[in-house]
Design a binder for this molecule. Structure first.
Ligand SMILES: [Mn+2]
Length: 355
């Protein structure tokens, strides 16, 4: 029995864009290989399959390369790497002295590495794009050994990032096909082949929400491969929509929150109908419960508030003029602008803080 890890899309040295803690997040990501080395050694993992995009680009900090290289070398496991479109084979890989337990596929055609009864078939991106399907026509020999594929690429008919067709997988004779590239984890069976892509190991923004990690697998004595997902990200990005209709916004948010949010980055969208909401007050009140929090107001002024336009008062006159604008509004954006004007105006008329 062999235990293995299949991971991909670390995107080390990602910029993390304009986030407040971008530098710290970059630093945390750089510690990932060390954390993974600990996991490998503590869990008796003998094989590590890394399916590309480990670096975000070819221009990597020396510090990152050193951290990565020493962590891989510390793993008491054979480490196999198939470079992807972000970290394609080139000086980045070629001009670095990698530890002896690390093997890097470096050709843009399928090559083979045999380790005892296991045979690995893999390839590298050697440029930022690879639109040929390398598994097309591939067939592993029926030699009683277990055949495993390792590529950066995606299950697709056409793609600039190595399309792999499901029909080719079904014909491949591979027991397991380890892919990278798609940032959301997934798996499928085609013919006798289990194919999986673990997704990115750490979210980098609100377009990469939810649990992130890797697949841990077992190759049984009989040559059967099974995998399960292991959450491993330091932090996750979550978007939570909270309807605050008829509720105190802060209470509504607190009721909707899962228990432990301390390590995570949350974007909370306040929705529903209300005439008073102060997103930044909610944000300030709850900030301590998160690694990072942003609260956005997407609520609408309640219809009953518009009913006050019938009043013979300054408020009524104000609402009548805005209501006329609302009826003329042709887009959702125009309606939102009128709504915001109504909210601010009413707040001012009632001497409320405009927040
Ligand atoms: Mn990729």
């Amino acid at each position: 029995m062999i235990r293995f890890i299949h991971s991909a899309d670390w995107h080390l040295d990602s910029s993390f864009g304009p986030q407040r803690d971008a530098g710290k997040r970059r630093q945390e990501l750089r510690q990932l290989p060390e954390r993974l080395a600990d996991y490998v050694n503590e869990n008796g993992i003998g094989l590590v399959l890394l399916a590309g995009d480990l670096f975000d680009g070819g221009n990597v900090y020396r510090q990152t390369l050193e951290a990565m290289s020493s962590a891989l070398g510390r793993m008491r496991a054979k480490v196999l790497i198939a470079p992807g479109n972000h970290d394609c084979w080139g000086p980045l890989w070629d001009q670095w002295q990698w530890p002896d337990n690390v093997y890097i596929f470096h050709e843009s055609r399928v090559t083979t590495l045999t380790l005892g009864d296991l045979v690995f078939h893999g390839a590298a991106f050697t440029a930022a794009e690879q639109s040929r399907s390398l598994l097309s026509g591939f067939r592993a020999p029926e030699d009683g050994k277990l055949h495993i594929g390792l590529f950066h690429g995606e299950i697709a008919q056409e793609s600039r990032y190595h399309p792999i067709r499901s029909a080719d997988v079904a014909e491949s004779g591979l027991a397991y096909l380890a892919l990278g590239h798609i940032h959301k984890p997934g798996q499928a069976h085609f013919g006798g082949t289990l194919v999986a892509w673990p997704g990115c190991i750490e979210g980098r923004g609100f377009d990469e929400t939810g649990e992130k990690g890797f697949y841990e697998g077992v190759i049984s004595q009989e040559g059967k491969v099974s995998i399960e997902f292991v959450p491993f990200a330091r932090r996750s990005y979550e978007i939570l929509t909270v309807d605050v209709t008829g509720k105190d916004p802060r209470t509504a948010v607190e009721e909707a929150l899962p228990e432990n949010t301390q390590n995570d980055l949350y974007r909370i969208l306040l929705t529903g109908e209300t005439d008073r909401v102060d997103a930044s007050a909610v944000e300030n009140a709850l900030r301590q419960r998160f690694y990072a929090l942003e609260v956005r107001d997407q609520t609408r002024v309640p219809m009953k508030l518009w009913e006050k336009r019938e009043e013979d008062s300054l408020r009524g006159a104000f609402l009548r003029r805005l209501w006329a604008r609302m009826e003329e509004a042709e887009t959702k954006e125009e309606q939102d602008t009128v709504t915001m004007a109504a909210r601010f105006g009413l707040g001012a008329l009632e001497h409320r803080d405009l927040g």
